[in-house]
Design a protein around this ligand. Sequence first.
Ligand code: IFM
Length: 439
Amino acid sequence: MKNNFLWGVANAAFQVEGSPKPSDWTAWTEEKGRIFDGSNAEKATDFWNRYEEDLKLAADLGSKAFRMSVAWERIETSEGVFEKSAIEQYRKIIQAVRAHGMEPLLTLHHFVNPLWLAKKGGVLAPDFPELFARFSVFVVGELSKDDLVLQWSTFNEPNIVAVACFLAGEFPPGAKNDFKRATQATFQLSRAHILAVSALRKEVLPRFPKVKVGIVIHLRDFQPKTRNPLDRLIAKISDWTFNRQILKAALTGKIFAWYPGSKFYREDLSHLYDRKGIDFLGINYYGRTMVKFQWTPPFVAISEGEDGPKNDMGWEIYPQGLENVLCDAHRRYGLPILITENGTADHDDSRRPEFIREHLRALKRAIDKGVPVEGYLHWSLTDNFEWAHGHKPRFGLVEIDYATMARKPRPSYYLYQKLIREYSTHDTAIHAPDVSKNA
Ligand code: IFM
């Protein structure tokens, strides 16, 4: 049976590379109390030097794809100054990904901004969209040469950026309940995606016709806490603000940004697109959110679901939500889908095996219903730096001993390996559908 399904694993630059260059996140980790366990990403997992070992582990797992990101702060060290040596190191790493028989899937922006950009306001800097587009043109122009990278995502979870930076206060600049700036960030990130895609299609992709461009969004299964119509209404509004508004803009070029408590920010940039704004949709799925209407701003109280087991961070494990968000995304957007992240924090690996088994069952149910999923990337190959939570949460199929940097596969590594093999060979195989007509 033809089997081109992209099984694999994912990581992100700042969380694994080590020796980071100055960025909003290096500054943030230096501020007292910002990282809950007091750790920083100075060493992270030293992927920058130890990538060979990790890529071998990924390949031995049966991975056909490896998702990673580039660090803007390494590549554009000050405004307009591009560092060729950083590109060369990424080229070496990505060539090693290919040498191990895996397809490299690259993300241009995974949460972190260079310090020079942060000083101008980060995503809220007036020229953030133009700067991001210029950076994208440079990086894709370099790393897609010789068909090295064929799939690029502009942003990882731009919806989390807006929420974590300006509503939850967990990412720099640490603002809380600032609905106006969350809306402005949503607007800026949408605009940056549109300008980047349009510049890439004009200036770079004519040279690399095989390259596809997408975006990675964090999708939550929003459910009303009770049957009360106000709870149902607020669940729909939450779905729109968090899950859908950036995607709508990314697809159509028409931005309509809004969080409750802010005015609308809108702009029609559809003239910059000659077709859909993305070739594929990357979905990161971690769970559901229960929502309840409240009479005071922001009119919604959120909580974890209570039916499933909880992971080390208190997140409910809710596999059914994966099927739900996949079916919904397929119905709304009709695009080829990649599950770009799915995983859990579980230090003793007591919950992860079941987590993987059940999420793959949910994935299979969605595929059987006709959802065109092209791949599944587990988050993450190794433990890594989990942002404000530091090194404490353990998301890895492979354990990192941070004192020695030794890598040790957990039992769930071997389970995922076995499941990849089974799902690739049996009658029940998961394989990528022919989505050429959708592209
Ligand atoms: O570690 C993060 C990743 O950077 C983005 N998606 C969610 C993961 C787990 O919180």
